[in-house]
Design a protein around this ligand. Structure first.
Ligand code: Q9C
Ligand code: ZN
Length: 341
């Protein structure tokens, strides 16, 4: 299958707060480059650049004002005399006002985020817009008749909501691709999220809609990030009621329980009869991932790919998380080769 990749991701390399210190983020440029190296070594197929798309195509998954915020955040930040990465430090939780958009960047960073995990850097917009464009390009390929494509997106996207960055995510690449599939004539789209962390952003974007079914297997939010989203009783709202399906799994989940949950997901997806499948492909379910708590072995990722192939749907794989940099390339390629059979 074709892999879509852009070197623009290298312009985004940020920090995170860990052990009471600012450290280089687990979400680093080496991730995408090691995956690319493995794609090449395995001769998975052609590697191509994405096509540039107008940022208006990100609207739908996101609000127009949020996209504008992302585009302007670095220049707004540097205009205040700052030269280091911008991190939010205050959020409009419960009793605070969340209906008014602040005018200054310190307020706007908190207004448009859920945590301090998504720094704004000089290269962030270049990287995130290129990443979303890879997902859009991949979707165009699948809608033109390819059985599958791989968008090697970095930064990842699934924590990013309609008006919110967080968890290393800014633009929700998978949701942007799903929305584009609808624009281009798909009647029903499924986003299946197999990243270890719940895809709260994707859930949020489609929560009130029945034209995109969101299905997610993830660490139970009782114990796992993002803590405030991903429970089984989140099933959608209004027209979307019944079109959001969360399968939270215990810490330590290994392949047998994972496979069982995947079969439950498969039944829901089959009943929905989608035209196209978007897979939010995180490999932080790996047993040696440094920030996650499942126990999938490298060989299990082949089985995951085989299982998804049996769904028989045109499929766009969109890269999400996975932080054991030495192994993520092999694990991703295992899924894609398992899918191709
Ligand atoms: N000590 C994705 O996989 N930090 N985002 C968790 C770890 C945030 C993960 C705390 C993890 C975000 C796309
Ligand atoms: Zn993750």
């Amino acid at each position: 299958m074709i892999t879509y990749y852009s070197t623009e991701h290298q312009r985004h390399h940020g920090v995170e707060l860990k052990d009471a210190a600012i450290k280089p983020s687990f979400e680093n440029p080496g991730r995408a480059d090691t995956i690319l190296a493995q794609v090449r070594q395995a001769a998975l197929g052609a590697v191509q650049p994405g096509q540039a798309h107008d940022s208006s195509l990100y609207v739908g998954a996101h609000s127009e004002r949020y996209v504008r915020f992302l585009q302007q955040a670095w220049s707004d930040w540097t205009a205040t005399g700052q030269t280091h990465d911008a991190l939010p430090l205050i959020w409009p939780v419960r009793d605070l006002r969340s209906d008014l958009e602040p005018a200054t960047i310190d307020g706007r960073l908190g207004f448009y985020s859920m945590d301090a995990g998504s720094p704004i850097t000089a290269g962030t917009w270049a990287a995130i817009s290129a990443s979303a464009d890879l997902a859009l390009t991949g979707m165009a390929t699948v809608q033109a008749g390819a059985p599958a494509a791989f968008a090697l997106c970095r930064p990842p996207g699934h924590h990013a909501g309609p008006e919110m960055m967080g968890g290393y995510c800014y633009l929700n690449n998978a949701a942007i691709a799903a929305q584009q599939a609808r624009r281009q004539g798909a009647q029903r789209v499924v986003v299946l999220d197999v990243d270890f962390h719940h895809g709260n952003g994707t859930q949020s974007i489609f929560y009130g809609r029945d034209d995109v079914l969101f299905v997610s297997l993830h660490g139970d939010p009782v114990h796992c990030y993002p803590y405030f989203s991903g429970h089984a009783d989140e099933t959608g709202a209004g027209a979307g009621l019944g079109f959001n399906f969360n399968l939270p799994l215990s810490k330590g989940t290994a392949w047998p329980a994972y496979q069982a949950a995947l079969q439950v997901a498969a039944q829901r997806v089959q009943a929905y009869a989608p035209d196209v499948l978007v897979v939010s492909l995180g490999v932080d379910t790996f047993e040696h991932d440094p920030i996650s708590h499942f126990r999938l072995a490298s060989a299990d990722f082949v089985r995951l790919g085989e299982s998804l192939a049996a769904w028989g749907l045109p499929t766009l794989f969109v890269m999400e998380g996975g932080y054991m940099v030495d192994d993520i390339g092999r694990n991703v390629v295992n899924v894609l080769q398992g899918f191709e059979g």
